[in-house]
Design a protein around this ligand. Sequence first.
Ligand code: FNR
Length: 342
Amino acid sequence: SDQTNDRKIEHIQAIEKDPDTDRDGRYFDTIHLTHRALPGLALEKIDTRIEFLGKSLSFPLLISSMTGGDHALIKKINRNLAEAAERTGVALAVGSQRVMFTQPSARESFDLRQYAPTTVLLGNIGAVQLNCGFSVEECQQAVDLLGADGLYLHLNPLQEAIQPEGDTDFSSLTDKIATVVNELSVPVMLKEVGSGLSPQDIESGLSAGVKWFDLAGCGGTSWSRIEHHRAVNKGDSLGIRFQDWGIPTPLALKLAEPYQNSAGFIASGGLRDGIDMVKSVILGASLCGMAAPFLKPAMESADAVVLEIERLRREFTTAMFLLGMPDVNKLFMNRALILGER
Ligand code: FNR
């Protein structure tokens, strides 16, 4: 069916038409960091590199999962993102790969190693699909087509609940996730899509053997609001009612702190600049993801995506300089850098 494919275009159109699908929660703004007037280091000596899944990244940035499918615009978006990620040494996750199983012509949009031969690429499948006929077989095919270093299983119960054609049976998923963890050739990572993972979710994931969690909290892209625009009954207000539902990303990071010895965490959901990234690393993020900020540049060109990445890099490095931090290791979980919270 073309349903999944059309849906991805409808989502992009909804985001373009309605700027308020980005909720602009600015939850990181209440955190104030300790500015150093005497940072004690040279700006050009700052080392922003990190290691992730055995590869080196130039700074802790991930272009979060967005799209894939048999459509010229979607293929262009993924190619531009892949070329830019490779040129700048950042990680890239693709959008849900479910469409490649219903529409073979969509496979090309995930065949990205030709544009990004060395950097970290992450696949993506909805975890709920494990209750709709998908098994480790499909997960492995998704990984193999992309040449992925890891596979995201996304958890999106709010989106599915608002979506007219949503898959809403989230029962017994933990056992099925455990099977994928045990049998897949690469690490499985759990992510939300903008409502956040709770400590209970992290514990379920840990019990299934998951070692990486993308908290994807609220404050940025609202899937509830996006799906509202696709509701069959236009009088239905459910998607608006729940548009800000969830755990704000900085709070999700704090709630994840007790699990730092058992897992690694990715911050996403509402991060919009290099300062938000620095705050995320201080709160325990190994990597920082952004989706919405890359959509427009990706529709334009790889150069436009590179410009956006270089803006983020400059902001990230400047914030490290003003905190007197020579490398990302010294920044990670360094709560002493938090001056206060309002
Ligand atoms: C997304 N997101 C997403 N997530 C996922 O796991 N699978 C997907 O297919 C998609 N598709 C998608 C499309 C578009 C256009 C956007 C903007 C986002 C969610 C995304 O990966 C991320 O978790 C949230 O968007 C939160 O980050 P931002 O947008 O607030 O930076």
